[in-house]
Write a protein that binds this ligand. Structure first.
Ligand code: ZN
Length: 692
């Protein structure tokens, strides 16, 4: 899907010493070693040969980068990954215990889900058999008039996302209403540009993609000739859909993805496609109007359905069914799927071990079931209270920041303050856990479990249609190492998974915690005021609240960031896209500023010298301000494959780690002051950008 559920999260995202334990023959092997516990403010990561005023990333992270190459089963390795790896490992032990000796019916259910995924022998014995029912359904398409009903069946029953997605979301202009939303989709490559760009690298990748699709059809049993023809059809249809899709940068503008229509108007966009049959089949309730996010897409889809042969359409559907099921099929399918999507596309050297894949899959399917036990073991009760204090400190700081903004009128400041005061905080895990009783899990049917889980989620989402919003619901599971801000709910959300080192350590000084989790909190709050968030008011409705003059000044300031980040290179010939990353960059830049202000307030009230470990105002040789920036910079230490850097530059609204560290500090003069930089040095430029 091209539309995200959340406005802005923090990263894209998202083992056990079992030497002596019994590994059941039907379980894939588990981890062989315990991932190390990440630490906050890592002195050994600092490269003291680097000059912080010239290249702060090299200074804060140089030794870490040198000592932490990308592991063979990853494409990117940073501090988030370190923590996520440990959370996955902790979760694995819980899932394994539940699979072997569950103590509650809920543990039995998620234990069975995990066991089904881990049963690699069964998957290999089944071969392509689990995918036969969906293939039979597709083969039953004898007339294009039946396509709407078939797409409904594929999406609902088989979790196969073809052509577009249908969801229920809060109405952008009336957040109290939950309405149906149709979103463009139906592609396999990471972005529409992969189909359309005419550079040599893109052309080569398209050739590799067609080869991959061919190989997958051959594995399914088709002749090479037929498989090649099918792959050609897939490429042709996806290319047409890509052409009809709206660019992801354009979609950042809420108005560009908001078009309320009647069902008859939607039908008018694509007369060859039976929307009535689709809507009846997909299991959504009655409605009179919906948001058709990108109307032109449905015209392009209609033209492609009209001009394609029935065979070509079946090939497109068969491919998506196969691609969706591949990770749950036998080894040849899993391997070939890995070869293209992970190795070729992203530069991953080895497959992610099955125990990690299954742990994540179970978390994705039943996150609020496994999360209940996870937080009991891994989220100490005082962590929530400590977070609440930090959030309150950041809220005060943002309030002061708004008051002191040199460019904003008092009239707009009143509105901004109103929005800030209305932001709700959710910390750790949900107050009310999801009920999974309607989900059926079978220990010997992993693909079926994936399909039923998808259907369960779809039903849950569709059930929201026309109902009041559940403000207590979460969009991330408790062990997730991430955070998010929701535009429609105007709330910030911090899962338990991120409230640990390297982000937060109760035993450390405030300087280090404000530079870590403080900057994360500030980032999420600032999302409420970035280029997208600022278009929504305190109630989460799309409504201009800037005066016209302030709106122009805001755009002038965000343009400064767009130009600045456009200039940052992540691989040879590949720069960041300043427009794509604008919201995240604004949140990073505003976030560090208010986290720093909150720290200064603490220091003013209690003094650095009062902190344990400080001698003559320094600890480990650094002032509190320096510790703040080093702690922040070290959140972004990372290595990544060149391929992954290229994919993310085109698709990820977040800048790469190096530039999240450097771009942010070079726009904030307090950094230069803390490290004694001279105006005009790279980390203290004279033309720094500032929005908030
Ligand atoms: Zn963000």
């Amino acid at each position: 899907m091209n539309l995200k559920l959340f406005a802005g999260c923090f990263v894209l995202s998202l083992g056990v010493c079992l030497g002596q334990s019994i590994v059941r023959p039907d379980m894939a092997p588990g981890p062989t070693s315990e991932p190390k516990q990440p630490i906050i403010f890592d002195l050994s990561a600092i490269d003291k040969t680097a000059d912080p005023c010239m290249d702060f990333y090299k200074y804060a992270c140089g030794n870490w980068v040198a000592k932490n190459p990308v592991p063979a089963d990853q494409v990117r390795w940073g501090r988030f990954n370190e923590l996520a790896e440990r959370n996955t490992w902790l979760l694995y032990s819980e899932l394994k215990a539940a699979a072997e000796s569950p103590k509650t019916p809920l543990q039995k259910k998620y234990g069975d889900y995990f066991a089904a995924c881990m049963n690699v022998d069964l998957a290999d014995r089944f071969g392509a058999k689990p995918v036969q029912p969906v293939m039979a359904a597709i083969d039953g398409l004898k007339d294009k008039k039946q396509l709407g009903a078939l797409v409904a069946e594929l999406q609902k029953k088989y979790a196969v996302g073809v052509f577009y997605g249908l969801s229920v979301q809060q109405d952008q202009k009336d957040s109290s209403q939950q309405i149906a939303t149709a979103m463009q989709g139906g592609l396999s490559l990471p972005d529409r540009s992969y189909y359309l760009a005419d550079d040599a690298r893109s052309e080569k990748l398209r050739g590799q993609y067609v080869d991959h699709v061919t190989k997958m059809f051959v594995l399914l049993g088709d002749s090479r000739e037929k498989a090649a023809a099918e792959a050609h059809s897939v490429m042709a249809i996806e290319t047409a859909l890509a052409k009809g899709s709206t660019d992801r940068v354009e979609l950042r503008d809420p108005a560009k993805r908001y078009h309320i229509m009647t069902k008859a108007e939607l039908q008018g966009l694509s007369p060859e496609y039976d929307w009535r049959a689709y809507l009846a089949g997909v299991g959504i309730g009655e409605f009179s109007t919906l948001n058709v996010a990108t109307p032109d897409y449905y015209k392009a889809m209609n033209a492609e359905i009209d001009s394609s042969s029935l065979d070509a359409i079946r090939s497109y559907l068969r491919w998506h069914a196969l691609r969706t099921a591949a990770p749950a099929l036998s080894k040849p399918f899993v391997d070939e799927n890995f070869n293209f999507f992970s190795a070729t596309l992203q530069g991953q050297k080895e497959q992610t071990p099955r125990w990690k894949r299954c742990t994540r899959s179970t978390d994705m399917a039943m996150g609020e079931a496994v999360g209940q036990d996870w937080v009991k073991q891994n989220f100490p009760p005082d962590a929530k209270a400590n977070m609440e204090k930090l959030v309150a400190a950041l809220e005060r700081a943002l309030g002061q920041d708004i008051q002191s903004l040199p460019w904003m009128s008092d009239e707009t400041k009143v509105q901004a303050k109103e929005k800030l005061d209305a932001i709700r905080n959710k910390i750790g895990y949900p107050e009310n856990w999801r009920n999974y009783s309607a989900l059926t899990v079978k220990r010997d049917d992993y693909l079926g479990d994936l399909e039923r889980s998808s259907e369960f989620e779809r039903a849950h989402t569709f059930d929201k249609l026309g109902k009041p919003v559940d403000e207590k619901e979460w969009g991330m599971t408790p062990p997730t190492v991430n955070a998010y801000y929701s535009q429609s709910q105007n709330d910030i959300n911090f899962p338990a998974g991120i409230l640990q080192p390297p982000f937060f350590d109760n035993g450390k000084d405030p300087a280090v915690n404000f530079g870590g989790i403080g900057a994360v909190i500030g980032h999420e709050m600032t999302h409420g005021f970035d280029d997208q968030g600022s278009k929504f008011d305190a109630k989460g409705n799309l409504r201009p609240w800037f005066t016209g003059e302030d709106g122009a000044k805001f755009t002038e300031r965000t343009d400064c960031e767009v130009k600045e980040y456009d200039g940052f290179q992540v691989a040879e010939g590949q720069n960041l896209n300043g427009k794509l990353t604008l919201g995240e960059n604004t949140a990073d830049n505003g976030g560090i500023r208010i986290a720093f202000q909150a720290l200064e307030e603490v220091l003013a009230s209690q003094g650095a010298a009062a902190e344990p470990g400080y001698v003559d105002g320094k600890r480990d040789g650094y002032s509190p301000q320096q510790r703040f920036f080093i702690s922040f910079g070290q959140l972004w230490c990372q290595n990544q494959t060149e391929q992954s850097a290229r994919v993310l530059a085109k698709t990820d609204p977040h800048s790469s780690g190096e530039w999240r560290a450097k771009g942010t500090v070079q726009n904030f003069d307090e950094f230069g002051k803390a490290f004694g930089c001279k105006a005009g040095q790279p980390m203290m430029p004279v033309n720094a950008c500032r929005v908030w």
